[in-house]
Write a protein that binds this ligand. Structure first.
Ligand SMILES: [Zn+2]
Ligand SMILES: [Zn+2]
Length: 457
């Protein structure tokens, strides 16, 4: 008897199969748990393989979608727990024997916000192909995949948290299909990236096909070399590797990576799915004939920094020293386009001065910010008292949301309540409380007019 609700994995034709991690998150929701509890209390306690000291949850999750022994353990345990069959299809396990997926997976989250919006009426899930690093453009909507959260500004929306939900930011929990997430339409310059995304979609299609099981690790390369390339040198050029690498790949000692398959598909003009299925059946597939041939974009060359011009840089560094908001040494080095270490070595005195001025400025800014927060609290408490309401922390919270989250403001709140004689009076009988409030009102009005004294305290 399965322990968990037997949730069907997402597998719509439009978005293809779900990823295992997304399935686990949804499974937790269906079983009224947070995903951290599902993993720690149910999956790991049921499995013999974990060793709690060996894996943190986030490092475990990084390995889940990948194929391999570890993924196999997860799949077996989940199949036993849910009674579902064939959960290995939610990972790269079906193609693991012929293709190398290590190094091709994205370590951070990546979603298409348009897809999420469209999925919302039925079930929101994350397709497996979204976890591939080269899948940068949604093949359905032709928009760039979103990797940053525009609500909290976090750079990893896929962060693993114990309360992670599918389709929500891993940092702040914001729904990623919300109005603040705008999709960026890919331009014509991204034609290559779009073609790559379509190839990866084809790869996922091929993984769904049971015929791919007959692929050996060297089969794909051998097949491509035989049917689509004139010579081995041409194949080497297409893959951008040496002859020895190609012969190792053909001798079935290693498996080709996803990047190599993409390069093969680009160079031979054979769609990815046809290439893989063709290799499995040893049947030549027709080439596609694109109107404009695909060109692999040149890699961005590493640019050398310009030579270190001591006189010019010294002069600009001096100008930073008299600025109202002095930058830190690192920021100055970035602005001058030089290395921080070089800057410190050439101008030790100026750097020390700049560093001191910067930290002084940072301190004074923090202090100023704190004073402003305290002033806001004073106004919030006064507002409550003027409306004859007792300024409990909950009341203050509703007047000025988020204000009491700061530690220093909390301390100031306690101090303020003490000094206006309201501390510990929340539960007094209403008549006594009203009396105290009346006294506090006079004190507070005086304080608001001249706040410097209490703010300094
Ligand atoms: Zn999309
Ligand atoms: Zn966020």
């Amino acid at each position: 008897m399965p322990k968990l609700w037997s949730l069907d994995p997402g597998n719509q034709t439009t978005w293809e199969r779900e990823s295992l991690w997304s399935y686990i998150c949804r499974l937790a929701e269906w079983n009224h748990m947070v995903v951290g509890d599902l993993i720690r209390r149910v999956i790991w306690t049921d499995a013999s393989w974990r060793g709690p000291e060996n894996h943190s949850m986030s490092s475990a999750v990084k390995l889940i979608n990948l194929g391999g022994m570890y993924t196999r353990f997860w799949v077996d345990t989940l199949e036993a727990l849910t009674g579902q069959e064939n959960l290995s299809r939610l990972t790269f396990l079906p193609g693991m024997h012929a293709i190398r997926f290590e190094g091709s997976l994205l370590q951070i989250g990546s979603v298409c916000v348009e897809c999420l919006r469209e999925m919302r009426p039925s079930a929101v899930y994350q397709p497996l192909c979204w976890s591939l690093r080269d899948y940068t453009i949604c093949a359905k909507h032709h928009v760039c995949m979103t990797r940053h959260c525009s609500v909290c500004g976090g750079s990893n929306i896929g962060r693993t948290r114990t309360n992670k939900r599918v389709g929500c930011c891993g940092n702040c929990g914001a729904w990623l299909g919300g109005p603040s997430f705008q999709s960026v339409v890919s331009e014509s310059a991204n034609r290559y990236e779009l073609a790559v995304s379509e190839m990866l979609k084809g790869l996922m299609d091929a993984l769904n096909d049971t015929r791919i099981a007959s692929l050996g690790s060297g089969t794909i390369l051998k097949f491509a070399a035989e049917h689509y390339f004139e010579s081995q040198a041409e194949l080497c050029r297409a893959l951008n590797v040496g002859k020895s690498t190609v012969s190792t790949l053909m001798s079935e000692k290693t498996r080709p990576t996803v990047e190599m398959l993409i390069a093969l598909s680009v160079a031979s003009d054979v769609p990815m799915r046809q290439l893989l299925i063709g290799a499995a059946l040893n049947r030549r597939a027709r080439r596609r004939h694109p109107d404009i041939p695909l060109v692999v974009p040149a890699k961005v060359q590493f640019q050398r920094r310009p030579a270190f011009d001591v006189a010019k840089i010294g002069k600009r560094l001096k100008s930073f020293l008299v600025r109202k908001h002095p930058p830190s040494v690192r920021q100055a080095a970035d602005m001058l386009n030089v290395h921080e270490r070089g800057l410190r070595a050439k101008f030790p005195d100026d750097c020390a001065k700049l560093s001191a001025r910067h930290s002084e400025w940072v301190r004074s800014r923090a202090k100023q910010k704190e004073q402003e927060l305290k002033k806001r609290l004073l106004v919030a408490v006064t507002t409550c008292v003027l409306f004859r309401e007792f300024p409990t922390s909950r009341k203050v919270q509703s007047v000025a949301p988020g204000l009491l989250a700061h530690r220093s403001v909390q301390r100031f709140y306690a101090f303020l309540m003490e000094s206006i004689g309201l501390r510990g009076c929340g539960r007094l009988p209403p008549v006594l409380r009203a009396k105290r409030l009346k006294v506090a009102r006079e004190t507070l009005l005086g304080l608001v007019k001249n706040p410097s004294q209490i703010l300094a305290a």
